[in-house]
Design a protein around this ligand. Structure first.
Ligand SMILES: Cc1cc2nc3c(=O)[nH]c(=O)nc-3n(C[C@H](O)[C@H](O)[C@H](O)COP(=O)(O)O)c2cc1C
Length: 141
């Protein structure tokens, strides 16, 4: 079985809803998907996965959430080289800069981004959730 891990941080649930849809999209007969909040994930989660999706909203001033997500991302940078990776997250009012910076950062560490980072303003509507599922399917590509 192929292993996909979907790991996210979410303060008010928007990115969590996206994460659930990404996980649903990634599921198929040949793929085992785990959906974890970042506090439940470890470096081993990433090491043992064939493909991963990471989700985090834009926080601070266009940065990753700083107490849990940022340290986690820093801790796995050395593990993502050659790995299929999808990034996603919700935002409120900005221009998506946090996602551009995050994408560039993961690419610099050798991750193979399966798509452009998926950003959704505030709460994902049905069409946004479909995009999340499509992103999940790409992890099986
Ligand atoms: C402390 C804080 C900082 C934020 N900073 C930004 C920001 O810089 N740019 C932006 O577009 N949205 C910003 N937002 C809005 C969140 O990204 C937005 O509310 C998002 O939907 C939250 O996702 P969540 O429900 O997964 O926590 C911020 C929200 C909070 C609470």
């Amino acid at each position: 079985m192929k292993k996909v891990a979907v790991i996210y941080w979410s303060g008010t649930g928007n990115t969590e809803e996206m994460a659930k849809a990404v996980a649903e999209g990634a599921k198929n007969d040949q793929t085992e998907v785990s959906l974890l909040s970042v506090s439940e994930a470890t470096a081993d989660t990433v090491k043992n996965a064939d493909a991963i999706a990471l989700g985090c909203p834009s926080m601070g001033a266009e940065v990753l959430e700083e107490s849990e997500m940022e340290p986690f991302v820093a801790s796995i940078e050395s593990l993502v080289s050659g790995k299929s990776l999808a990034l996603f997250g919700s935002y409120g009012w900005g221009n998506g800069e946090w996602m551009q910076d995050w994408s560039a950062r993961m690419s610099e560490h050798g991750a193979s981004l399966v798509a452009e980072g998926l950003i959704v303003m505030n709460n994902p509507d049905d069409s946004a959730l479909e995009e999340c599922k499509a992103l999940g399917r790409k992890l099986n590509g």
